[in-house]
Design a protein around this ligand. Structure first.
Ligand SMILES: NC(=O)c1ccc[n+]([C@@H]2O[C@H](COP(=O)([O-])OP(=O)(O)OC[C@H]3O[C@@H](n4cnc5c(N)ncnc54)[C@H](OP(=O)(O)O)[C@@H]3O)[C@@H](O)[C@H]2O)c1
Length: 342
C-alpha cells in the first residue's frame, strides 16, 4: 500500500498525526506518530488544528524541568516514568470540525483559538475542547499561525494583569520582556496607559520598545533591582526576581506578579504580602472563557499582536524543541500543522 493509501485508510478508522513524547528527556524524545483521533463528548467541540506553539511549558514537561522545590509536582502532574500527557501543546488555532451534543455556541467551520492548558494535546491534527471553557472565535481574518502565537503569552498576561489596576502613570517593570509572556504583558500594559520598563538583552531592546516599552534595561549591563526607579507593578517572567530582590524597587501598595517562582516563593508570598503591604502572588485571577474573550477583543482592536520568532512544521517538531530549549526565543515558536486530508 502506498503512504497515501495508508494515510487514507487510517483516517477512516479515526487516527491523526501528533507529536508525542513517550519518555522524559531532550528534544529527540518527541516523535511524530499516528495516534487515535479524539471524539468530542457532550459539551465539547472537535477542533482541526492548523497551528500551535512549542512553548516553555512543553520544554518543562518534556524535560521534567520545574522550578526548585516543585519536583513533587512532576510526579503528581507530569507522570512518574513517562509523560502522563504524551501529546504536548497547551494551545492552538484551527477550525471546528464537529460538535458534541448540547453544544450551541459553536458550529462546524468556526475558526477558533483554544487553550487546553495542562490537559495538553495541541501538537496534533485534532483536539477536543469544552465549548464553555478556553475557546473563542478568532476575530476577523487573523491567520491561524498568528492566532496560535497569541494564546500562550496572551492568556497568561491577561490572567495576571487582572490582579492590578493599570492606567496612565502606573509604572510597570517587566522582567523577561522579550519572551512569550513578556511580549504580551508589555503590549497590554502599555496599551492600558502604563509606563512600561522592559528588562531584556540588548538584542531584543528594539523589539520590546516597538511593543510599547518606554524604557529598556539590558540585564547584562544593569541590575534593574539596584536602580533608583520605583514601580507600582513588577511582573517576573524569568525566575530570578523573587520578592527579596525586588522589594526595594516596589512602591508602597505595589504588586509583584510572579509568573514564575519556586516553591519557596510560593510558600512565602502570603507572609510577604502581609508584612510589606504589597501584593505578592504567583497566580492569575481570571481564567478560561473570560480570558479568551478578552484576548480575542485585544487582538481584534490591535492591543495585542503576535510576536513570532520562528515557525516549524509538525514534522520538524524536534528542531522546534531544540530552539525553545535555548531559553532565548523572542515571543512564540509556532508549530504549523498542515492537515494531509483536506
Ligand atoms: N504561571 C503561569 O501560569 C505561567 C504561564 C506561562 C509561563 N510561565 C512561566 O513564565 C516564564 C516565562 O515564560 P515565557 O513563555 O515568556 O518564556 P520564554 O518565551 O521561553 O522566554 C524566553 C525569553 O526570556 C528572556 N530571558 C532569558 N534570560 C533572561 C534574563 N536573565 N533576564 C531577562 N530576560 C531573560 C530571553 O531573552 P534574551 O534572549 O534577551 O535573554 C527570551 O526572549 C517561564 O518560566 C514559564 O514557565 C508561567
Amino acid at each position: 500500500m502506498t503512504q497515501h493509501a495508508m494515510d487514507a485508510a487510517t483516517t477512516t478508522i479515526g487516527t491523526m498525526r501528533a507529536a508525542v513524547a513517550r519518555r522524559f528527556g531532550g528534544p529527540e524524545v518527541v516523535t511524530v506518530e499516528r495516534v487515535t483521533k479524539p471524539v468530542p463528548g457532550a459539551g465539547e467541540v472537535l477542533v482541526r488544528l492548523h497551528a500551535s506553539t512549542v512553548s516553555i511549558a512543553d520544554h518543562r514537561i518534556r524535560a521534567k524541568d520545574l522550578p526548585r522545590g516543585l519536583g513533587f509536582l512532576a510526579v503528581v502532574a507530569l507522570g512518574v516514568l513517562r509523560p502522563r500527557k504524551p501529546i504536548l501543546g497547551m494551545e492552538g488555532a484551527g477550525v471546528i470540525e464537529s460538535v458534541g451534543s448540547g453544544v450551541t455556541e459553536f458550529s462546524p467551520g468556526d475558526r477558533v483559538m483554544v487553550m487546553r492548558g495542562s490537559a495538553m494535546g495541541c501538537h496534533a491534527e485534532y483536539a477536543t475542547v469544552a465549548a464553555d471553557r478556553s475557546i473563542v472565535r478568532i476575530p476577523g481574518e487573523i491567520p491561524f499561525e498568528d492566532a496560535a502565537a497569541l494564546v500562550f503569552g496572551g492568556y497568561t498576561a491577561i490572567s495576571f494583569l487582572h490582579r492590578v489596576d493599570l492606567g496612565p502613570g502606573v509604572e510597570v517593570l517587566v522582567n523577561g520582556a522579550s519572551g512569550a509572556v513578556g511580549t504580551a504583558v508589555v503590549q497590554l500594559a502599555a496599551g492600558a496607559g502604563a509606563r512600561v520598563t522592559g528588562v531584556c538583552s540588548a538584542g531584543n531592546a528594539e523589539l520590546v520598545r516597538s511593543l510599547g516599552a518606554e524604557r529598556v534595561i539590558d540585564y547584562e549591563r544593569e541590575d534593574f533591582a539596584a536602580g533608583d526607579e520605583r514601580y507600582d507593578v513588577v511582573i517576573e517572567c524569568v525566575g530570578n526576581a523573587p520578592f527579596r530582590r525586588v522589594r526595594r524597587i516596589l512602591k508602597p501598595g505595589g504588586a509583584l506578579l510572579m509568573v514564575i517562582t519556586d516553591l519557596r516563593g510560593m510558600l512565602r508570598e502570603r507572609a510577604q504580602s502581609r508584612r510589606s503591604g504589597t501584593l505578592v502572588t504567583h497566580t492569575g485571577s481570571v481564567f478560561g472563557a473570560e480570558v479568551m474573550r478578552e484576548l480575542a477583543a485585544a487582538a481584534e482592536t490591535g492591543r495585542i499582536r503576535p510576536v513570532i520568532d520562528r515557525t516549524y512544521d509538525l514534522e520538524d517538531v524536534v528542531d522546534a524543541h531544540r530552539y525553545v530549549d535555548t531559553g532565548r526565543k523572542r515571543g512564540s515558536v509556532v508549530l504549523r500543522i498542515a492537515n494531509r486530508h483536506g
